[in-house]
Design a protein around this ligand. Structure first.
Ligand SMILES: [Mn+2]
Length: 431
């Protein structure tokens, strides 16, 4: 085991100060749940097996199109990102995997990165390709697109990058490639809708053919940004059609932020489960659009309703149901480590609440058209404060009862500010 980023004695001390209170709250909640026929330890046990991948780009501060305000001690390379991810894992015990982004995280020796992650007990979830920006030394520009570009040479360059991502991912022990493209148009008439989609599919067929047998490819849709008029993979319908065209290893990734406000995302999730094509998630939250805010910070009810569909599918033992859970957020005004810890906690909370739904009662109310009781059955699960379950699962696994407090008490950020002097840079943030 590698040295933990935060002194384990400090975490243990902090937990000792909080354990009596947690015992009391957990017991109390256990009694209330027992009256509903729910065994609290079974919920805690299931929750402890619910893991969410940390996006490596999430440990740096993001930005808006206007500015970026770096926090002191931001990681400067992928090994420093790994250290921050290990701190999140150490405290939260909810994030056992990383989701890297290439070429941002490209390393000469991916085996070394894999070994250093494994020393913390961390593995690698889906790898992400980046064909939405021009990087130094790149031959051709992605200004007008990548996999759907009008110029075959640009498409070939973008395909080659995705193949390289698969190679790096294999070395890291990943089993999936997430392809998000920025291709689209800013103005009516700029791009031929049908030709662009055909070119995208032709490019994706080459990438699909290169997938190892036990790999999947995740197609991520997004209705706008950076293209402001039309994107090539604009919605889950397009994503699903493309997945069907490509073959059984292609699945549809749902990024909560990539939908118009008021879209019924839980229904999209249910549809993709029924169709056998749900890849998994990029979790985040938003008030108006895009994908920047911490998961569960604006609409925790939506997280619960999505989790409700996932727990339902798990209990129904839907064949092939194996979603990948990842966060995808941009942290502009918070400490990214704190935001990721808090988001993981909010996702765990939603999952635990969904585990509390009385499925038998719900089905019975639905079948008898007892609308009010069906709704109340869901609401009584959502309105349960599952905080003690989440904290107990974390503490049992060796994490912190109060991870944000323990993080602040550890002085980790101040230490990193000294260890990692930053070069002044005007680069904009992530998207
Ligand atoms: Mn995303």
């Amino acid at each position: 085991m590698a040295d933990w980023p935060i002194d384990p004695d400090l975490v243990a001390q902090a937990n000792r100060r909080r354990s009596a209170e947690l015992d009391y709250d957990y017991e109390n909640l256990g009694e209330r749940l027992a009256r509903r026929g729910v065994a609290i330890d079974a919920i805690t046990e299931r929750l402890s097996r619910f893991g969410i991948a940390i996006p490596t780009w999430g440990v740096g501060t993001g930005g808006t199109r206007f500015a970026r305000f770096p926090v002191p001690g931001e990681p400067r390379d992928v090994f420093e990102k790994l250290e921050d991810c290990a701190a999140i894992w150490q405290l939260s015990r909810a994030t056992p995997t990383l989701s890297p982004h290439f070429p941002w995280d490209a390393v000469e020796a991916p085996e070394e990165l894999r070994a250093r992650a494994a020393a913390f007990g961390l593995g690698f979830d889906a790898v992400n390709s980046n064909t939405f920006q021009d990087l130094p030394g790149q031959a051709l520009s992605y200004k007008f697109g990548s996999l759907a570009h009008s110029d075959a040479r640009v498409r070939e360059q973008a395909i080659a990058h995705n193949l390289e991502c698969i190679r790096l991912g294999q070395a890291l022990g990943s089993k999936a490639l997430t392809v998000w493209i920025a291709d689209g148009s800013n103005f009516p008439g700029q791009q031929h809708f049908a030709r662009a989609l055909t070119r995208y599919l032709d490019s994706m067929r080459v990438i699909y053919a290169a997938l190892p047998d036990d790999w999947r490819v995740f197609i991520e849709h997004k209705l706008y940004e950076p293209a402001l008029y039309a994107t090539v993979i604009s919605d889950w319908g397009t994503s699903y059609v493309c997945a069907r065209e490509l073959g059984p290893k292609a699945h549809c990734l749902v990024d909560l932020g990539h939908h118009a406000p008021t879209t019924n995302i839980e229904q999209i999730v249910a549809r993709l489960i029924s169709l056998g094509r749900l890849a998994g998630f990029h979790f985040n939250d938003s008030k108006y659009g895009d994908d920047d805010l911490d998961s569960g910070s604006i609409d925790p009810f939506q997280i619960f309703l999505v989790m409700n569909e996932l727990v339902d599918a798990e209990l129904r033992q839907v064949p092939g149901f194996d979603p990948a859970y990842m966060m995808d957020q941009s942290h502009n005004v918070t400490d990214p480590i704190e935001s990721l810890v808090a988001s993981a906690q909010n996702l765990q909370r939603g999952f635990a609440q969904a585990l509390l739904v009385d499925r038998e009662a719900l089905l019975s109310h639905q079948e008898r058209n007892d609308v009010l009781l069906a709704r109340e059955t869901l609401m009584s699960a959502f309105q349960t404060d599952v905080g003690p379950i989440v904290a107990r699962a974390r503490a049992r696994a060796g994490g912190a009862i109060d991870p944000i407090a323990a993080y602040r008490e550890s002085g980790y950020r101040d230490r990193k500010a000294k260890d990692r002097p930053q070069e002044l840079s005007g680069r904009s943030g992530i998207v």
